[in-house]
Unconditional design. Structure first.
Length: 236
């Protein structure tokens, strides 16, 4: 689809990758609904601001009712609790799942009829290389992102009949607020580059965009003995 002339809704548009999505969409000639739990935190010119909490079904329904012209949905909103699966609060693990799986799925369910009414359009789900591996200290996030990745593949099949493109965007670590306090000293991808690659991918009708070399390496490793990958991971 063409981004120019599209009507896009971006979740988590107040900072990080979401802010760059909203800004670049506007620059490319799209009408943009920029959403956040705290709409006052969005300071981008040329966008229409909506309040949206993707963990609140009523908030999602209100957004879908207000934005009936959307033909490009960007599911970007996310959290990272830095939580493992054992010895951690279950509520923190549930927060990861409620955001990345259930929140994103509820957005898709609410906006699928909107997209169908607008010739099908496209959905972009911002995923993670942690969809494909686990890392001690981020295991709850990895489980939630793996579920979101699988969900993305599922909705792609279910929405094909209404001509909706579903693009999964996979990246490693980006230079955003989520990573600011993380115990991580590896390379950080420019969030502007993530948004740019994703939107370019939508215009090329790609179903998957692998943003960086690390994510490509992780994906390639899935065909091999997992012991090799984890030995390398633990050695770094």
């Amino acid at each position: 689809m063409n981004v120019s002339g599209a009507t896009a809704l971006v979740t988590g548009a107040n900072r990080g990758i979401g802010r760059h999505f909203a800004a670049q969409l506007a620059e490319r000639g799209a009408k943009v609904y920029a959403t956040a739990r705290r709409p006052g935190s969005i300071d981008l010119p040329g966008v229409e601001v909506l309040q949206l909490d993707i963990t609140d079904p009523a908030s999602i329904e209100a957004a879908a009712a207000a934005a009936t012209d959307v033909d490009l949905l960007v599911n970007n909103a996310g959290i990272s609790t830095g939580t493992n699966l054992l010895g951690s609060e279950l509520d923190d693990i549930r927060r990861e799942m409620d955001t990345h799986l259930w929140g994103t799925l509820n957005m898709v369910r609410a906006f699928a009829p909107v997209l169908a009414a607008n010739a099908g359009g496209a959905i972009v789900n911002v995923l993670s290389a942690l969809s494909w591996f686990s890392y001690d200290g981020s295991n709850a996030y990895a489980v939630a992102k793996a579920a979101e990745w699988s969900m993305t593949n599922g909705i792609r099949l279910e929405l094909a009949a209404q001509n909706t493109l579903v693009t999964g965007v996979v990246l490693g670590a980006a230079d955003t607020d989520i990573m600011a306090g993380a115990d991580y000293d590896g390379p950080l991808t420019d969030p502007a580059a993530v948004a740019r690659a994703a939107l370019d991918g939508v215009e090329k009708n790609l179903i998957e965009v692998v943003v960086d070399q690390w994510s490509a390496h992780v994906k390639a490793s899935l065909a091999n003995d997992p012991a090799d990958f984890y030995q390398q991971l633990l050695a770094t």
